[in-house]
Structure formats: C-alpha cells, structure tokens
Write a protein that binds this ligand. Structure first.
Ligand code: COA
Ligand code: AMP
Length: 632
C-alpha cells in the first residue's frame, strides 16, 4: 500500500460522492429536524447544504455537551496577560452565561434573523455574545477591534443591526483603545442607526453611556434566560466582512447547518483533535480563524478552547505562547506564521521554549499567509512536533488544503499546505479556463459545489457573489489565489491575483487604502503596494503623485496620508509609509501597471530592473522605496 492510500481513498470518496460523504458527516450534529436534501442544487450555482434540516448551532456547541456529560469540563479558558487574568467557564457555566445574554438580547427585541454587530476585544463576552445570537437565531457580525470608525460604519449600514455589543476599551501594548468613541463616531457616520448598544465596562477605562447605551451588567440583570431556537440549516449564522477588490467590504455569509457539520468534521479529520482536549487558536474573534477555531469548531467538538488576549511577544516576553501551552495543557495550537516570526526575532535560540513543559503539546498549525520555509523549519526544530501549514480563506470558513492528521498524516513539504482537503475539488486553470498540468502556475479554483461550511453567498449581494467568485471560470469558485499542484498532489499557494495583501496575517485591500489616499487634497493619483517585510510578510507602502503646483513639504503630505489611512481604515492596516513619486508606471493608454509595481515590491524582482521598461520610472520608484527603508 502506498503511503498516501488511506488519505487518497477518503479524498476520492468526498469528491465523487459528496452527498453520501457529507450526509454521513452530518450525523456528528444533533438535528431538531433531519435534512430532507443533503445537497440542494435547485438554484445552482448557488448551492445549499442540508435543506429542510433544522438545528441550533449554540445547542450543538454548548447545551448538548452539558446534557451529554461534559457539564463540568472546561469549555473556555480566558487567558489575558494584558489584564493579568485567567478565568475559566465550564460547559455548564458557559451555557448559563450564554442563555442569560441571549435573554438580554431578546429583551432588547432581537429575534430570529435580526442582525447584531459585535465590536469587542478578546474577552469572554465576545464568545458569549456570538453564541447568544446563535441561540436565538439572530445573525452576528463581528467587527475586528483594530478597524476604525469608518469601517465599522460601512458594516453597520450593510448589516443594519438592531443592537451593537461593544466594550469601553481594548488593550494594545502600551495603550488603551477606547472603543466607545469609535462606536459613537461610526453610528454618527452611518445612515442606519441601531436601536441599542450594549457596552461592557472594563475596569481599565470606563465609557460614558448615552441614552442609546446600556451597560452589559444592566442588560443581563433579572432577564429570563433564553432557550435555543431551532433554525433552518440554510439560515445565516453570521456575516463576516472581508476585504476585496474595492473599498466596499464583502459580507461573507455562513449558514448554520453546513457550517456545524464541516467544522465538527474538521476537528478530528484535519486537526487530529479529540473531544475533551485543549485547542488554542491564537487569532482574534474578529477574523474567520477566530470564528471557526476559537469559537465554533472546538466547542462543537466538545473541546476546551483558549481565548488569549495578548501578543506572542512582549506580554510579558517571547515565552508567552509556551507559558499558555504548558499552563493549560494545550494539545494543538493554530496561529499565523507572523506570530512565529515575531517570537523567533526575539528568541532565536528558543531559550524561552526550554523553560516550559510542553510534553502535552502535539501539533502546531499555521495559516493566514504564506508560510516561509525558514519559519517552518525554525518552529519544527524548536518545538519538535509536526508543524502543519494549511490554506484557507474567510469565504471557505475552513481549510481548502491541509495535512489531515486524523485521516493519514502525509509528509510535510516546506512551502506547501499539503493536499486539497476532502470536499475541496481543487484545480489549476489558465486564463482561458483550461486545466494546467502539474507544476504549472495558474488560478487556484474549486469545482462547484463547494463543500458545506463554505460561503453560500454574500449578504444581500447574490449578484456580487456571482461576479466576484463564479463568473470568471464558470462551474468553479475562484479563490483569487494563484499557485500550482505538483505531481504528488501537493498544493503551492504563491500569490493573490487581486488587490489583496497580507499584513501580519491580516487580509487588507490596497484598493481600499488607495480610495482613502485619493481623498487627500494634494494627491492627484496614488497606488498602494505590498512590500516584503521580515516580520509581517508584507506591509503597505503608498506611492503618491501630487497635483501640479503643490509646493507643500512632502514630509507633511506623507505624514497626513499615513494619518488618513489610520483614521479611516484603522491601525490594523499598518500603513506607516507613503512616498511622493513623479509618476506611476503606466501603459500607453494610461492604465497603471500594477503587475510591474507588485514586481518592484516583491523581494527578488525588486532587484531586477528588467521588470520595467522605463528605467527612469524604475529608478524613481525604487529610490523612493529605498528612502522609505524597504530596500532590503
Ligand atoms: N484593536 C485595536 N488595535 C489593534 C488590534 C485590536 N484588536 N489589533 C492590532 N491593533 C493595532 C496594533 O496595536 C498596531 O497598532 P500600532 O500601529 O499603534 O502599533 C496595529 O494595529 C498593527 O497591528 P499588527 O499588524 O498586529 O502589529 P503588531 O506590531 O501589534 O503585532 C504581531 C504584530 C505579529 C505580533 C501580531 O500581528 C500577531 O500576533 N499576529 C499573528 C496572529 C494573528 O492575529 N493572525 C491573524 C489571523 S490567523
Ligand atoms: P483570510 O480571508 O483573511 O483568511 O485570508 C485568506 C488569504 O490568505 C488567502 O486567499 C491567501 O492569499 C492567504 N493565505 C491563507 N492561508 C495561507 C497559506 N497557508 N499559504 C498561503 N497563503 C495563505
């Protein structure tokens, strides 16, 4: 038997007989009404899973474990070095907290199908709010705390929430982030006005409340706990906004049924984790990784999940992650390569690792950005456990390519997230939609239907969903990643084909930053490119062409540009450098040569002046980049 036979058989089965495959996986979930149809293709290319089925995601994530013997097992460990707190919730305690907050939401008039925006730092109330929405059939939309008021306003207008749940502050190294003024500003900017804001008052900074606001403690005082409401499998569980192609964020929708089935299935099959074990995704609930692997998947599987409020380094030192793993007996961890680059920079010899008992630690998973082989090797050497790169997107909700440890562990190949995961019929196509042979780079696409858990559409934007993802290659979902599959079926994800850059594992649209820069009164035109960065993978750099006759000091203008992006998009954009250039590289017809600029920014091509025709322009831009300290 060859060394991949077990995996091959499961994979083949999943793509040949997806309905049988996923109807078997659906047995891992408790249904109030079993599905009538496993795969509903009546509105293809909009596919739906488990039509006719009714379930409650919160019941599956919490209540059923209480009823099934895990009442006293820890469900959630909140570990917050920034507030010097560790607190825990058993499944029973989590159920009670969720039911109470669900009651509070219901008291505020929130019911099935209503939207609730959650703008919270990494505190247990974020998890409780998400599950409370799921409990009463409301749709949550979590907004990452590093986004500015303007981004929050856009999401408020698109999701039109009845209630916003927020906090007085978040805690970043060396500073408190006052959330309440950001929220007030966002509501001021938004056309839609939520009826109520529920505010968690944190002791580090108290917010002033207005008539629209209600303190969390007052919201839950004396309320009747709410029971789980069965919803359709195809009803939305949440909307998560993500960047792409224009400044207008896309509301990725997740359904209840497919999501619960796929995530539960992934815990054993992809991550090799069993119920009762401690699983830690060191991400943020504002990102898809946080939704799927801090909150839903570990709880659906009956694991203990860790919610960590802090950074990998500096809280208090480069040993922060190892302390958490040892203290809470984490078996499996998931984070972005950038976190490991940060640790490696501060502790290259792994001295901090040696100080902790990591004997219970089994596997490290990395995702969110390309994993550079150096980081992979360092992590392998230091931790002496398998380090598994895996590839996925907000839209897919769970991994498209991974080393599926629960099925059959395959050899790790540096630079590859291993093989397409069962359910994902992955192909590589050229510009004309022709299948490319192994080893040739093209568009990475997934043959429809995508498996359960993947986004069925965008919020209120079926047509945008079709145009963005389905029209370019009919019959396929376009991932907007380019790459290749080698002779052994190993997937290599090389670059985005759109305007997305990946900064510290955070997905950002350069188009959105350009829209902001273009508003500066002295800017005639501009472009934002991702420049290779040793820590964050990429960082954005703005190239500004000034209006004729502008004679203000360039330093003033670039400083204003940096401030503008921070104010409008948020600190998370990590936009720290803008430079004035004479002109942008363009075609004869005036189209900006984005590919050329990307090549300049890309580490290797950057040193290859042949990448551009006009040496003068190249010189101008590379000088400017050099001036900004990005010349390598
Ligand atoms: N609320 C408010 N501000 C936030 C924030 C939040 N939740 N998260 C980040 N920010 C701010 C940071 O404070 C920083 O502000 P600054 O410009 O004043 O320094 C800015 O946004 C950029 O943040 P980031 O890019 O994360 O840089 P960093 O220096 O704070 O941290 C890493 C760098 C590598 C340590 C950090 O990005 C990290 O741990 N990343 C890996 C894990 C991860 O979250 N991956 C995402 C998906 S898996
Ligand atoms: P997000 O939607 O924020 O999860 O970002 C998804 C994008 O991050 C993907 O489309 C890829 O460009 C990139 N990405 C995520 N994981 C990987 C990985 N393992 N290897 C390469 N790129 C990745």
């Amino acid at each position: 038997m060859n060394e991949t036979a077990v995996f091959d058989a499961v994979y083949e089965d999943s793509v040949r007989q997806p309905e049988r495959f996923w109807s078997e996986a659906a047995a891992g979930i408790d249904w109030d009404t079993p599905p009538e149809l496993t795969l509903d293709d009546s509105r293809a290319p909009f596919y739906r899973w488990f039509t006719g089925g009714k379930l409650n995601t919160c019941y599956n994530a919490v209540d059923r474990h209480v009823e099934g013997g895990r009442a006293d097992q820890l469900a959630l460990i909140y570990d917050s070095p920034v507030t010097d707190t560790v607190c825990t919730f058993t499944y029973q305690q989590l159920r009670d907290a969720v039911a109470t907050f669900a009651g509070a939401l219901a008291t505020q008039g929130v019911g099935r199908g209503d939207r609730v925006i959650i703008y919270l730092p990494m505190v247990p109330e974020a998890v409780i709010s998400m599950l409370a929405c799921a409990r009463i059939g409301a749709i949550h939309s979590v907004v990452f705390g590093g986004f500015a008021a303007n981004e929050l306003a856009t999401r408020i207008d698109d999701a039109t929430p009845k209630v916003v749940v927020s906090a007085s502050c978040g805690i970043e190294p060396g500073r408190l982030v006052a959330y309440k003024p950001l929220l007030d500003d966002a509501i001021e900017q938004a056309t839609h006005k939520p009826a109520r804001c529920i505010i968690l008052q944190r002791p580090e900074l108290t917010a002033e409340l207005t008539e629209r606001d209600l303190a969390w403690d007052d919201a839950i005082a004396g309320v009747q706990p709410a029971e789980c409401v069965p919803v359709e499998a195809t009803d939305p569980l949440y909307i998560l906004y993500t960047s792409g192609t224009t400044g207008q964020p896309k509301g990725v929708v997740r359904d209840n049924g497919g999501h619960a089935v796929a995530l539960k299935w992934s815990m054993h099959n992809v991550y090799g984790v069993e119920p009762g074990e401690v699983f830690w995704a060191a991400s943020d609930v504002g990102w898809v990784v946080g939704h799927s692997y801090i909150v839903y998947a570990p709880l659906l599987h009956g694991c203990t999940t860790v919610l960590y409020e802090g950074k990998p380094v500096g809280t208090p030192d480069a040993g922060a992650f190892w302390r958490v793993i040892a203290q809470h007996n984490v078996s499996t961890m998931f984070t972005a390569p950038t976190a490991f680059r940060a640790i490696r920079q501060q502790d290259p010899g792994g001295d901090h690792i040696a100080r902790h008992d990591l004997s219970g630690f089994r596997t490290l998973f990395l995702a969110g950005e390309r994993c550079d082989p150096e980081t992979l090797r360092w992590a392998q050497q230091q931790l002496k456990v398998p380090v598994i790169d895996h590839w996925w997107q907000t839209e897919t909700g769970w991994p498209i390519a991974a080393n599926c440890l629960g099925i059959q562990q395959l050899p790790v190949v540096a630079g590859s997230p291993t093989r397409a995961v069962p359910g994902w019929d992955l192909h590589v196509l050229d510009d004309r939609g022709q299948e490319l042979p192994p080893g040739e780079t093209g568009a990475l696409v997934v043959k429809l239907p995508m498996p359960p858990g993947s986004t069925p559409t965008l919020w209120n934007a079926d047509e945008r969903f079709r145009q963005t993802y389905l029209d370019t290659f009919p019959g396929y979902y376009q991932t907007a990643d380019a790459g290749y599959i080698d002779h052994n079926g190993y997937v290599f994800v090389m670059a985005r084909t759109d305007d997305i850059i990946n900064v510290a594992g955070h997905r950002l649209s350069t188009g959105a930053m350009e829209e902001v820069l273009a508003e500066h009164p002295d800017v005639a035109e501009c472009a934002v490119i991702g420049v290779a960065d040793d820590l964050k993978g990429q960082v954005p750099v703005g190239l500004l062409v000034l209006k004729a006759g502008t004679d203000r000091p360039h330093d003033d203008i670039t400083a204003e540009a940096v401030r503008l992006v921070r104010d409008r998009i948020g600190a998370v954009a990590a936009f720290k450098s803008a430079i004035v250039v004479g002109r942008l590289p363009k075609t004869r017809s005036g189209k900006i040569l984005r590919g050329t600029m990307r090549k300049i920014a890309d580490n290797d091509a950057y040193r290859t002046p042949a990448a551009i025709d006009d040496p003068e322009i190249l010189n101008e831009i590379s000088q400017a980049l050099r001036g900004a300290g990005f010349a390598g």
